[in-house]
Design a protein around this ligand. Sequence first.
Ligand code: GTP
Ligand code: MG
Ligand code: ZN
Length: 367
Amino acid sequence: MKSASYSVLQRIGWPTANDSELDPQWRALLDQHPEAVIARVVEQHRSGYVVATDPETTLAVDSIAEWQKPRFPPEDRACVGDWVLLQVLDLHRPQIIAMLPRHNVIKRGAAGEHYRQQLIAANIDVVFIVSGLDLDFNLRRLERYLTLVSTVDQVVVLFTKADQSQVDEDTLSEATQQLELMGIAHRSMNARDAEQVSVLNEWLHEGVTAVFVGSSGVGKSTLSNALVGFEKMKTNEVRQHDSRGKHTTTYRHLIPLENGACLIDTPGMRELKPAGDEDLSQSFEDIEALAQQCKFRDCQHGKEPGCAVRKAMEDGTLDAGRLANYLKLQGEIEVAANKLAARQEQQAAAKVQTKALNKRLKSKYGR
Ligand SMILES: Nc1nc2c(ncn2[C@@H]2O[C@H](COP(=O)(O)OP(=O)(O)OP(=O)(O)O)[C@@H](O)[C@H]2O)c(=O)[nH]1
Ligand SMILES: [Mg+2]
Ligand SMILES: [Zn+2]
């Protein structure tokens, strides 16, 4: 088995048809493994990966043995959207032998006591944050999503269920005004109406990889189906009393579209914890700009004199709920960042120990 040509691979998101434009790090890895087959991770299950080698061919593959060790950091394993190299000696059990360095990744802090990262999708050109205009609408949650996806250049907010909106006009216009201030595009639609969903084609060009993120029940799979043109993904009604979804999609899928773009449908997330390396300067640009004008450089925007942030809130130009959310996220990012630093220190120390042990063994036994 051989790799498909770059122009075929572009239909599953390969960045270029031109060898000279290829990322030099990718080029170097390809040169190291001339027999390897290029593939993209399209599904990730507990038990392993499904990869695509062209728009029509998918294979179940074994991952690198190292990745399966319980201590191996989850963020260093491939996730949906990653490009991998396969060794295909036997078509029944192709094996991943390397991963091409990712250009970006969307992740969060995984639920649970210990610090862990959970990757959502890699090598993404466009993120669609989906938010239903129903009883589950929550501007604070939208701000949280905007913070988590700020590693991706193009972010678009999709308000679904416009056909049966239960959100009052003031709340919606507060949300859209905020987005416009940040320069983030937004569209409202009925996700069940393919014609309305076709506005997404503005971003879905050939070679583009787009991902849907958002709570369960907002219509991510409904949007995917509208774009694919058939019921590719299962969908499910939401609960009547609070419009929450039933976690219908259970794993991430990458779906190549007819027009050469790729979509990634994801399961709704219950908890959106920061991983620790997020930056609030995009999602809360307004507040960070105000903070520059505070009298004290390390102003916590509490009771300090000369606080420009609190003044804006008192003047009514900054919403109190938005400020509270900013401070809450800032605190969560700090806690996660400390855990991340502690883990990195541990890993570095373990590396030094192993090195020293190997050196001792070598001097003692000569190997
Ligand atoms: N009327 C209306 N119903 C919608 C719209 N978008 C989604 N729905 C309905 O909302 C329900 C949930 O949609 P899904 O597409 O399953 O939601 P999801 O985001 O994929 O949910 P998970 O897979 O659980 O994360 C389905 O019954 C859809 O038909 C919309 O714009 N208008
Ligand atoms: Mg779904
Ligand atoms: Zn201040």
